[in-house]
Design a protein around this ligand. Structure first.
Ligand code: DLL
Length: 433
């Protein structure tokens, strides 16, 4: 199968290390001189750009965390003035403020390049019709896939998420060959197709690029059988660039990381030490070409391991194992990231309820559902039903505004949510995949 950029995707180990060293030096200079946050962090560690010579020196550098985005909200980590930033996206933060990312024109072209590699690895080319059913907007999924699709010359169909019957109708009418959406939505679509009056034989779809949430091999098998397509895993996160950080090739044996742009490490989430080759730990990325928002050793909290064995496809880029877990409490619901602390922040702002709550997540007909059970404050519990209904609606509305998710809110009597002595259990995730 074709490789989009065989020069960079098939380099020898020495070549890539040489390139990474050079690019790391440039990145460290860029952040040291342009981002006060990094300059202080490096000075605190007694480091200057002169201490970073090869890629092996990366371990000397400080980590970056999601909380650093919050502390520098919204644009404080950017390395260039806003006149150079031509696009902004955002993802969930752990509390009230979202994580904001910015791109220069060069960054957008790097992003299209890495997504072009991803789509090519999934078998797409300029004869394909790519239906982008990831959300467009602040989320990086829609526009990320969109520009990558245009870059390879495919016909991009920017339908965005939702409206399943229209998705299926367009798939048929436009002859969609590649579907881009979350894996759970792909399964939902597959089942909706079975129930619709359009038959699989009337569709031309051959592959899907699915990501933005964890999905198991079982789920892959189910999607591949139900839709009769090849299901390719694509991984990324807004902070690093969006989709396009890593993706599978036709061999589906780990995701090739675009390591000429994003240098990966695996660390012990407890100690921060780099783990021996092949062990499972937390993925950390350093962006080594980004201009607008270069990040040093960004802690993703995604658990994975690196695979260095040769891949049949010919790419020499290191692979990461399909990521199935996280080292923190972030949940992904219908592709939307959610931290329980975001919910807590909303609860603390409403005096009518107490922050004793339980989040219950389930998957019904392949769609994630989220319920919040929360205690009403004693003073308000005696109120009329209509008043309770209004508290419930306001809470659901506030939660939607803060997280982008529709919650089913259930108000419960004071002191009915189980109290624990140790760590309280706030989340019950009943999803099987
Ligand atoms: O989800 C970017 C993306 C869009 C990737 C479309 C793939 C396709 P964020 O909203 O910032 O960015 O969420 C990033 O989602 O740290 C992982 O926990 C999770 N994630 C993304 N892709 C995968 C995947 C986009 N293939 C967070 N497998 C990441 C497992 C994934 N988890």
């Amino acid at each position: 199968m074709a490789i989009w950029n065989s020069h960079f995707e098939c380099m020898s180990r020495e070549e890539i290390r040489h390139l990474q060293s050079e690019r790391l030096r440039e990145t460290v200079e860029r952040v040291y001189f342009n981002v006060p946050y990094y300059r202080h962090k490096m000075q605190e560690a007694g480091l200057g750009p002169e201490n970073i010579n090869t890629i092996d020196d990366i371990v000397k550098l400080p980590f970056t965390n999601k909380s650093d985005f919050r502390d520098n909200y919204p644009f404080g980590l950017f390395a260039l003035p806003m006149s150079e930033i031509i696009r902004v996206h955002a993802s969930s933060g752990t509390t009230g403020k979202p994580t904001v990312v910015g791109y220069t024109r060069t960054d957008l072209s790097i992003w299209s390049e890495v997504v072009a590699r991803t789509l090519t690895a999934a078998g797409a080319g300029n004869h394909d019709y790519i239906q982008v059913a990831y959300g467009y907007g602040l989320f990086t999924g829609g526009l990320g896939l969109h520009y990558g699709g245009e870059k390879i010359g495919a016909s991009v169909i920017p339908v965005s998420g939702g409206n399943t019957s229209r998705q299926i109708q367009l798939m048929k009418d436009f002859g969609t060959t590649i579907l881009a959406c979350t894996p759970s939505y792909a399964l939902y679509l597959a089942e909706a197709l079975e129930e619709s009056n359009i038959k699989r034989e009337e569709l031309k779809i051959k592959a899907g690029v699915f990501g933005a949430e964890p999905w198991t091999e079982n789920m892959r098998r189910e999607i591949e059988e139900k839709l009769a397509i090849k299901a390719i895993d694509i991984y990324g996160l807004s902070e690093i660039i969006g989709p396009g950080v890593a993706s599978e090739c036709e061999y589906q044996c780990g995701l090739h990381i675009n390591e000429d742009h994003f240098f990966p490490e695996i660390i012990d989430p407890e100690t921060g030490e780099v783990l021996p080759e092949g062990e499972i730990g937390e993925l950390v990325f350093t962006t080594i070409t980004k201009q607008g928002l270069p990040l040093l050793r960004y802690r993703t909290h995604d658990l994975s391991r690196l695979i260095r064995e040769k891949c049949e496809c010919g790419r020499t880029l290191v692979r990461m194992e399909k990521s199935l877990g996280r080292s923190d409490d972030m949940l992904i619901i219908r592709g939307v990231n959610l931290f329980p602390s975001q919910v807590e922040t909303v609860l603390l702002e409403m005096k009518e309820i107490n922050p004793h709550y339980l989040i219950i997540i389930d998957r019904v007909n392949n769609l994630d559902t989220i319920e919040l059970q929360v205690e009403v404050d004693e003073d308000f519990f005696q109120d009329k039903i209509s008043q309770l209904q209004s508290i419930k609606n306001r809470l659901a509305n506030n939660l939607h505004n803060a997280t982008g998710l529709g919650f089913k809110v259930t108000l419960v009597e004071p002191k009915t949510i189980a109290r624990t002595e140790g760590k309280s259990k706030r989340v019950i995730d009943k999803r099987k995949y």
